[in-house]
Structures are given as structure tokens and as C-alpha cells.
Write a protein that binds this ligand. Structure first.
Ligand SMILES: [Zn+2]
Length: 151
């Protein structure tokens, strides 16, 4: 009985952790969607991916407004990676994805054939899905934004 209680407490202590610092995971995830966020400078309006404490454009250290970044963006530029670290399957497509809010994310793109001879993928639409990618040493779920081509 006491052991059961301890186990339940351990389960409750598990957290969902974002792999990247610009991913916001609400307490209600996965029922409530996770999203990428940016910070808008209240002084000059410049937008930066993730959290900011000082503006790279005007130098302001005033407040920043959080802006929710769309789940859909488009490929600005890409490259096919043929060699990577041991254990990383290649080839895969790495890209810079532009979002309508005016920020970009560097991410791998899923749903494209890296060996395809016609790689006319500039401007291709992608949609984010937030997925659990692994469990860390403390037993927390680690989740990451993954970008899939929109058919
Ligand atoms: Zn600024």
C-alpha cells in the first residue's frame, strides 16, 4: 500500500520537458496544444524566437510581449545531410523554415525524399507536430517540435 503511494507520487513528479527553449508546453498538454513562441520588443517591435531579456535591434531591456508562432510555415532554404553523428540516420533534410510572424526556425523536415532527383522544395509548406522523442534520465518525457510537409 505504502509502496503504491510512493509510486503514484513519482509518476506525478514526472514532467514534460521541451527539447528546444522556444517551445511552450501548457500544463494541459497534449490535450492543450504546445506551441513555438517569440518575444516582441515593446520599444521597437522587433521579434525574436524564444525568450529575450534585451533587444538585439534597439538595445532595450524593457518588457517583451510573448507572441505565439504559427504551426505552419514554409521552407526558406534547405540542405540534404548525408553524414552526421554516429547513430543519426542519414540522409535527411535540414531546413530554415519561415513563419508568417517574421521569425525562422532551423529544423529537420519530414515527409520529403532526400534521394529524390527533383528537389524543388523552396517555399514548400510544413506543419508542426509536437512529439515525445525520448525519456530523460529522471523519467521525464522530452518533447520536440517536428515539421512535416503539408501534402
Ligand atoms: Zn527593440
Amino acid at each position: 500500500m505504502a509502496q503504491e503511494t510512493a509510486t503514484q507520487e513519482q509518476v506525478q513528479e514526472k514532467k514534460v520537458k521541451p527539447l528546444v527553449p522556444f517551445l511552450r508546453i501548457p500544463d494541459g498538454w497534449p490535450d492543450e496544444p504546445a506551441y513555438v513562441f517569440a518575444s516582441r520588443c515593446k520599444a521597437c517591435g522587433a521579434l525574436f524566437l524564444g525568450e529575450r531579456y534585451a533587444c538585439g535591434r534597439c538595445g532595450s531591456v524593457e518588457q517583451f510581449d510573448e507572441v505565439r508562432v504559427s504551426d505552419e510555415g514554409e521552407i526558406y532554404v534547405f540542405t540534404v545531410i548525408h553524414q552526421s553523428f554516429p547513430g543519426i540516420e542519414t540522409p535527411y533534410v535540414a531546413a530554415i523554415i519561415d513563419f508568417p510572424e517574421g521569425v525562422s526556425v532551423r529544423a529537420n523536415v519530414y515527409g520529403l525524399d532526400p534521394n529524390h532527383p527533383d528537389r524543388s522544395w523552396f517555399g514548400k509548406k510544413v506543419r508542426m507536430r509536437v512529439e515525445k522523442i525520448r525519456v530523460d534520465r529522471e523519467g521525464n518525457d522530452v518533447v520536440a517540435p517536428k515539421y512535416y510537409v503539408v501534402e
